[in-house]
Design a protein around this ligand. Structure first.
Ligand SMILES: [Zn+2]
Length: 161
């Protein structure tokens, strides 16, 4: 199993960074481990959310861009980057940001062009369940979503009361 980030490279074009792979992967392959040495409580553009109030600085992986039709997943349980499609050598790598991020520090408009594009990438809390359930989601996102739904139910109950 490859656990270093040696197979990954950052490509910069017009100040736009992308993360590319220097080798091919099959769906299900572990690409590398996620760094966990530097944890903060608040998100920024160099972090990935791994638990309710935990954001890990991901080093080179911060160049991973978002796509609504991603080719990798970030498994924050096993702290691994895993191919979720067959990936060719030289391909750009993407993951679905709301699969780890509940509420992002810097939301943006997605131009990935996928038929299921969510357009506004701001974190899982701003997406309907019907969209989220079509994606790989980490345990902390599932937990936060369940909590949000429970709170909404209680608010509706109080309104009726
Ligand atoms: Zn998109």
């Amino acid at each position: 199993m490859m656990t270093t980030m040696e197979t990954l490279a950052i490509r910069t074009e017009n100040k736009f960074r992308t993360l590319i792979t220097k080798q091919a992967y099959k769906k299900g392959d572990v690409i590398c481990a996620m760094p966990s040495e530097n944890i903060t409580e608040k998100p920024n553009r160099f972090t990935v959310q791994i638990a309710r109030n935990k954001h890990t600085h991901v080093g080179k992986l911060a160049a991973l861009n978002h796509s609504c039709s991603p080719n990798v997943i970030l498994d924050t349980d096993k702290m691994q980057v895993v191919a979720c499609k067959d990936i060719e050598k030289g391909e750009d790598l993407y993951f679905f940001y709301p699969s780890t991020e509940w509420e992002m520090d810097a939301p943006f408009i997605c131009l990935c062009g996928a038929s299921n594009c969510i357009h506004v990438v701001a974190g899982a809390r701003f997406l309907p369940l019907s969209t989220l359930e079509n994606h790989y989601l980490n345990p902390h996102i599932r937990d936060l979503m369940i909590e949000l739904l429970k709170n909404t139910k209680n608010i509706l109950k109080n309104l009726k009361g």
